[in-house]
Design a protein around this ligand. Structure first.
Ligand SMILES: Cc1cc2nc3c(=O)[nH]c(=O)nc-3n(C[C@H](O)[C@H](O)[C@H](O)COP(=O)(O)OP(=O)(O)OC[C@H]3O[C@@H](n4cnc5c(N)ncnc54)[C@H](O)[C@@H]3O)c2cc1C
Length: 425
């Protein structure tokens, strides 16, 4: 597939707006919200909500248009063109916002991972019904997705949360516990949001029996457990969610309730489709953090008279100059892989391999680049006076959630070598 590296003007404009928000409302509060975990940038959230809500509304309008089969000429075909760069727009915005502050970016009101799951698995009716709450109203709303459990991290097949159908009341009954859920508290306790909860309807069926359910704020039997105190992205809310006979309507199962136990992984396939869309965004966030670190290092080196010559032969470079060039090269490689996975997503192509490649590369690149930045800046790199040490802490999460670096490397290897999950575990 050919990829155009030209970014259309209207996409650039969105990225510029995100850059403005990042510089004005995020970077100046980065340290304060890092030092005071669980404090929210309330004013910023309230100010940005109408912008995010309107974007969500535009996205929903496109969904309505495509579900009505509309793709005529003139204004409609312009809208269609824009919808085919939807993920590119999001990627560049995520990169800019994460440059501002990755923790604050994660606590901005949006459907987040929950939205990716709804789009990947939900029926058109469910998409319109569930995503509407993020596209209207005066108060911010959050979404989340809950897969991880105390006994099920990378290996989701050991998931213990159950969903049992109660025919008499036409409801699903959910029991279990999910942990480390990004924006879990914001979605269920602090707004009229929702969480997509993955639970098994048939333990015998393994992954095939795992299905996504929509749990809305205010559902009896749902409570927030431990709220994590973290190493990085401390402005982001990470919470446990406990389900104790939580009853949800029958049509709050996303997609089909059928268990296709004969074909491996059918039930959990929706989670993989969710990750195909979300992993490139994790990569974009990593790239934003990495860029912040590199720009800062170059600025500090320039103050000491050290610049980076891009046209000098390798043997004429100092060790520090080589380090900076290597940092830029690593991040650039991650950016290009991410762009590729996003271009495929926007084209409607299957991008599992490319999404995992981008995520692995960006997670490793940001981890290495930010550590190198701390190293190059010496004592001050380690001091809380500057944000570099914070970027080192913030960056690492991109190598952990939505599939660790090791798990995504396994996915890449399986796809390239043609092995199944059982053959290469
Ligand atoms: C801040 C934060 C936010 C999160 N947000 C969410 C969220 O919103 N929703 C959600 O559902 N989850 C979330 N998670 C959970 C996250 O997705 C898991 O931490 C991740 O999937 C890894 O699971 P684990 O921590 O149980 O590690 P484990 O699975 O126990 O793995 C431990 C180590 O072993 C390695 N490993 C495991 N299996 C293999 C293998 N087969 N081959 C090689 N190496 C292997 C892993 O790579 C890792 O390094 C979040 C986690 C954090 C820290």
């Amino acid at each position: 597939m050919a990829i155009s590296f030209e970014i259309p003007d209207y996409v650039q404009q969105m990225a510029q707006m995100a850059s403005f928000l990042a510089q004005t409302y995020m970077r100046p509060y980065a340290r304060q919200l890092d030092e005071n975990e669980h404090e929210r940038p309330v004013e910023f959230i309230n100010a940005i909500w109408p912008i995010l809500r309107d974007q969500q509304k535009a996205s929903l309008d496109k969904l309505v248009m495509s579900s009505n089969g509309g793709n005529g000429g003139g204004e409609q075909s312009e809208k269609k063109k824009r919808s085919s760069t939807r993920n590119l727009q999001l990627m560049l915005m995520v990169e800019q916002l994460s440059w501002g502050d990755a923790g604050i970016y994660l606590c901005l009101p949006s459907p987040a991972l929950g939205g990716f799951a709804i789009e990947a698995v939900g029926t058109t009716e469910q998409k319109l019904r569930l995503l509407r709450r993020f596209a209207e109203g005066d108060k911010p709303v959050w979404g989340a997705m809950a897969i991880t459990e105390p006994g099920a991290g990378s290996d989701n097949s050991s998931m213990a949360t159950t969903a049992v159908f109660d025919e008499e009341h036409n409801e699903w009954i959910i029991n279990g516990e999910k942990i480390f859920i990004t924006s879990g508290k914001l979605a269920l306790e602090e707004s009229n949001g929702l969480v997509i909860v993955w639970a098994t309807v048939n333990k015998e069926a393994g992954r095939a029996g795992i299905k996504p359910f929509v749990v809305e704020a205010g559902t009896p039997g749902v409570s927030i457990g431990k709220v994590e105190i973290k190493h990085g992205i401390r402005a982001s809310d990470t919470a446990a969610i406990v389900f104790n006979n939580a009853r949800i309507p029958a049509d709050n199962i996303l997609g089909s309730p059928e268990v296709q136990a004969t074909k491996e992984d059918k039930g959990f396939k929706g989670a993989m489709a969710t990750f195909d869309a979300s992993r490139p965004m994790v990569a974009a966030s990593a790239i934003g953090i990495g860029r912040a670190a590199i720009e800062f290092v170059k600025e500090k080196l320039a103050e000491q008279g050290v610049t980076i010559p891009y046209d000098a032969p390798y043997h004429k470079l100092t060790a520090v100059q080589r380090d900076v060039l290597e940092m830029e090269a690593q991040l650039r490689a991650a950016y290009l892989l991410t762009l590729r996975s996003i271009a495929m997503l926007d084209e409607g192509l299957h991008n599992s391999l490319e999404a995992s490649m981008a995520k692995v590369k960006a997670g490793k690149a940001v981890t290495w680049v930010t550590q190198k930045a701390v190293e190059l800046l010496g004592m001050m790199g380690y001091s809380r006076e500057w944000l570099v040490e914070k970027w080192m802490r913030d960056g690492k999460i991109n190598d952990i959630y939505e599939g660790t670096g090791q798990i995504n490397t396994l996915i890449v290897a399986r796809r390239i070598l043609g092995y199944t999950r059982r053959e290469l575990a």
